[in-house]
Design a protein. Structure first.
Length: 98
C-alpha cells in the first residue's frame, strides 16, 4: 500500500505551507495523481482523514486521477515512450487565515 506514504507526504507539505504563510485552516486540497501511480483515490482520501486528524488540514481533501491509455492515440501502437503519468502534485488549496 503506497498510498499511505504519499498521502502523508502531501499532508506534511501542506502543513509546512500553513506554517510558512500563517494559514489557520485548509478547507480544500486538490491533488493531481498521474495514472501510472496506480493510486486508489478513495483509499488516499480515507488515509488523509487519518493523517490530518487534529491538524490544520483536517477535513481538506479531494483527489483526482488521470488514467493513461498505454497506446498511441493516432495509430494504436503500444511502442511508446512514457513522458508523464507519475505526477503527484498539489493543484489547488482553499485556506483560511484569521
Amino acid at each position: 500500500m503506497h498510498e499511505f506514504p504519499l498521502t502523508n507526504s502531501v499532508n506534511n507539505a501542506v502543513l509546512r505551507l500553513c506554517d510558512n504563510f500563517g494559514w489557520d485552516k485548509v478547507r480544500r486540497i486538490l491533488i493531481k495523481v498521474g495514472g501510472m501511480r496506480k493510486i486508489n483515490p478513495e483509499l488516499m482520501s480515507c488515509i488523509f482523514a487519518i493523517v490530518s486528524r487534529g491538524t490544520a488540514t483536517e477535513g481538506g481533501r479531494k483527489s483526482s486521477r488521470e488514467d493513461l491509455d498505454l497506446k498511441c492515440p493516432l495509430c494504436g501502437s503500444t511502442e511508446i515512450e512514457i513522458i508523464s503519468g507519475l505526477e503527484l502534485s498539489i493543484e489547488a488549496l482553499e485556506v483560511e487565515k484569521k
